[in-house]
Design a protein around this ligand. Structure first.
Ligand code: IPE
Ligand code: IPE
Ligand code: MG
Length: 246
């Protein structure tokens, strides 16, 4: 008997993706960069579906970095418009598919309607227990760590926390990713081999896979292939015993 939905292999629990190469995808076709971003949203829909089918529990996607504000205003408007449309059009379907949405990144200073949409998406899907889709939006890892440090400093100054109790676990609890597992696998598309201020704390022992595919071309086969590469890695976490793709 065939069971098409049974995953072919154990999926990593948490996969994070740096969705890069929209602009180059468009340029290669003589199209405006915005067309690359629009096609990127379609790749995102495919990837969320594939992640669920493959048994990934947490999928984090880097959708807009704290540094992306340095792009031309027109491109920023397009990216904000795409986020609005993504939430408005896809929220009901994601909710119907039992997806739980979490947004990480700085919320201060965002357009108020975007803040409301983000809150609505999180609120509506809070109790879902399917794939957790973590959207890194207006996110920078250094800024996230600085925010955590500020909050810890306040707690210490107000006497609610002893400086000696600021441990790795304590600090992790002040990050945007509190209560999420660290990514097992981080995939970056487009051939660039850097993290660009993404999950610097949480990636301490993540496996990094860089693929040449531009993000708009990413699909289930590309995700499966990145996961296969992950399974060929030996994770040692500083010890001597290898844990293969666990
Ligand atoms: C990724 O594609 C989307 C965002 C960073 C928002 P890019 O827009 O960075 O595309 P390239 O890297 O210029 O090709
Ligand atoms: C990283 O891509 C940010 C996102 C994918 C949202 P960038 O295209 O902004 O990164 P750099 O500038 O090439 O490092
Ligand atoms: Mg880029």
């Amino acid at each position: 008997m065939s069971e098409p939905d049974v995953p072919k292999f154990d999926a990593p629990r948490h996969v994070a993706i740096i969705m890069d190469g929209n602009g180059r995808w468009a340029a290669a076709r003589g199209l405006p960069r915005g067309e690359g971003h629009r096609r990127g949203v379609e790749a995102l829909r495919r990837t969320v579906r594939a992640a669920g089918e493959l048994g990934v529990q947490v999928l984090t996607i880097f959708s807009f970095s704290a540094e992306n504000w340095s792009r031309p205003a027109a491109e920023i408007r397009e990216l904000m418009g795409l986020l609005r449309r993504f939430i408005r059009h896809d929220l009901a379907e994601l909710h119907g598919n039992n997806v739980r949405i979490r947004i990480i990144g700085e919320r201060e200073g965002l357009d108020p309607d975007i803040g409301r949409l983000i809150a609505e998406a999180e609120e509506l899907t809070r109790a879902n227990d399917g794939v957790t889709l973590v959207v890194a939006f207006n996110y920078g890892a250094r800024q996230e760590i600085a925010r955590a440090a500020r909050r810890i400093a306040t707690e210490v100054a107000e006497g609610r926390l002893a400086a000696a109790d600021v441990s790795v676990e304590k600090l992790a609890g002040f990050l945007d990713t509190t209560d999420l597992p660290d990514p097992d696998l981080i995939v970056r598309t487009s051939g660039e081999q850097r993290l660009s201020n993404f999950l610097l704390w949480q990636s301490a022992y993540s496996e990094l896979v860089f693929v040449p595919t531009y993000w708009p071309d990413f699909d289930r086969a590309a995700l499966e292939s990145a996961i296969s590469e992950y399974h060929r890695r030996e994770r040692r976490f500083g010890g001597l015993v290898a844990r293969t793709g666990s």
